[in-house]
Design a protein around this ligand. Structure first.
Ligand code: SF4
Length: 198
């Protein structure tokens, strides 16, 4: 539940603000039943550090109602026993849950062989040339997964490394190509940096 709700909050929001919103929500409404039953304006206020807190408050409450109807203890443990397509279908039927959230929940918590494409993975994949410049996040999930071994440990490690690489080296503004270990493999470096265009 922590991964699911946090990732729902993360859309267009920094990690620091996502955490702030999550803990502010739990401070005010310490149980999922309380989050679900809270006046939406109060929940929106608690989620204010995240972007689009009103829409997120509505989606979180709707998702919690669906989860509670099927699993009154709010445990998502049943996902462990589902295969990937079934688990993805169940998660993505929840309001506000897309491919990124569903794959993060399944890889991080249930060790399922999926590959979450967040903003860092997407940007690095485009710059290096693993995907084309017009490939969307949603399409990138399948394209990248098709290239990779279906081993959850490998997928998890790659995702974590790409996340860190995107936060520290291949940043959105002014990527630090001069210290990057991927220079020799990278289209952006060959086509933009080395030619002095960017
Ligand atoms: S060489 Fe530059 S653009 Fe390419 S992956 Fe490294 S930091 Fe990113």
């Amino acid at each position: 539940m922590r991964e699911l709700i946090s990732t729902m909050l993360s859309h267009r929001t920094t990690h620091a603000n996502e955490e702030k919103a999550y803990f502010q929500m739990l401070e005010k409404f310490p149980a999922w039943e309380e989050v679900m039953a809270a006046p939406v304006e109060e929940l929106t206020q608690a989620l204010a550090p995240a972007e689009f807190p009103g829409a997120k408050a509505v989606n979180i409450q709707k998702a919690l109602r669906i989860i509670q109807q099927e699993h009154p203890d709010f445990s998502l443990e049943f996902l462990r026993d589902l295969d990937v397509p079934q688990a993805m279908e169940w998660l993505m039927a929840l309001p506000g849950v897309g491919l990124k959230t569903a794959t993060l929940v399944l890889l991080f918590n249930f060790h399922k062989p999926v590959f979450p494409v967040d903003t860092h993975v997407h940007r690095i994949s485009q710059r290096v040339g693993l995907i084309g410049s017009t490939v969307t996040h949603d399409k990138a999930h399948k394209i990248l997964l098709d290239m990779l071994p279906k081993d959850a440990s490998v997928l998890y490690n790659l995702h974590r490394h790409m996340l860190k690489h995107g936060q520290r080296i291949c940043t959105w503004r002014n990527p630090k190509c001069e210290v990057c270990v991927l220079q020799d493999l990278c289209n952006y470096f060959a086509e933009v940096r080395q030619k002095g265009i960017g």
